[in-house]
Design a protein around this ligand. Structure first.
Ligand code: FPP
Length: 250
């Protein structure tokens, strides 16, 4: 059945949706193709999800495009992924900019190949004032590293007398993460049947609804995204309260 946008509650669209885009390799293998063929198809899903997010009014999308662990893949695949990223930026930045999409990254992008780093920097600079949607690419990203680095910075601030230990609350600590100024995701979608977080946004996902689907990322298109939002809207987010409190707060 085709997903129907009119069945969604447009007042309850998650502001921020995060994705663990899994299954490109398996999708390609199922068709007797090379893994990079799956990643290239995955880029088409990224484009369609961005388009659908704009249509629905989602303000932030975070996509786990390359983890620090992904460096251990065969060098041919790593190189292919980096080239895909550079090509995707070159091909899409004009349209993204015209559509008001702001590109942002989390992770250690300085550790990426030079051409990749430069193309990201220039696309981010070009789109920095756009306000319709923020696309956050997690690249060379590790949530544990992000938290550790924030802890080191917090320690330094306290040592330098710029922050007292008592002032170090959740909000201050959040401001030391790569995601400062970005609201936590309300919904995380992981494709391809694995039910893991895999070192992604460990701090930021504390209250996020987790949705795992068997669909491989290259098949995750507009309908799948709309279905996922519909599933999100059926969930009751209690934030540690009881159901009756949520009902009266509405
Ligand atoms: C996981 O599938 C996918 C990745 C590690 C890379 C995701 C990258 C893209 C979709 C393309 C580049 C991204 C952008 C934003 C231009 P997998 O290879 O782990 O699949 P498998 O588990 O089936 O092997």
């Amino acid at each position: 059945m085709k997903a129907d946008i009119s069945l969604l509650d447009l007042q309850n669209i998650p502001r921020h949706v995060a994705f663990i885009m899994d299954g490109n390799g398996r999708w390609a293998k199922n068709q007797g193709q090379h893994r990079l063929f799956g990643h290239a198809a995955g880029v088409e899903s990224v484009k369609e999800v961005i388009k659908t997010a704009r249509e629905l009014g989602v303000s932030f999308l975070t996509m786990y495009a390359f983890s620090t662990e992904n460096w251990s893949r065969p060098s041919e695949e790593v190189e292919g992924l980096m080239n895909l990223l550079v090509d995707a930026i070159a091909n899409e930045v004009d349209e993204m900019h015209a559509n008001g999409v702001r590109l942002h990254t989390i992770g250690d992008i300085q550790g990426l190949p030079g051409n990749c780093y430069q193309s990201l920097l220039s696309a981010m600079e070009r789109t920095k004032d756009n306000t319709s949607l923020t696309l956050i690419l997690a690249l060379n990203y590790s949530a544990r590293q992000e938290i550790l680095k924030a802890a080191v910075v917090a320690h330094q601030l306290i040592e330098d007398g710029k922050l007292s230990a008592a002032e170090l609350d959740e909000q201050t600590f959040s401001g030391l993460l790569h995601t400062k100024d970005i609201p936590d995701p309300e919904l995380l979608i992981r494709t391809s049947g694995e039910c893991r977080i895999s070192n992604f946004l460990l701090w930021q996902l504390s209250y996020t609804e987790l949705l795992f689907t068997d669909t491989h990322w290259p098949d995750f298109r507009r309908d799948a995204f709309i279905d996922a939002i519909a599933a999100f809207q059926k969930r009751e987010r209690r934030f540690g309260m009881v159901s009756e409190q949520i009902q009266t707060n509405k």
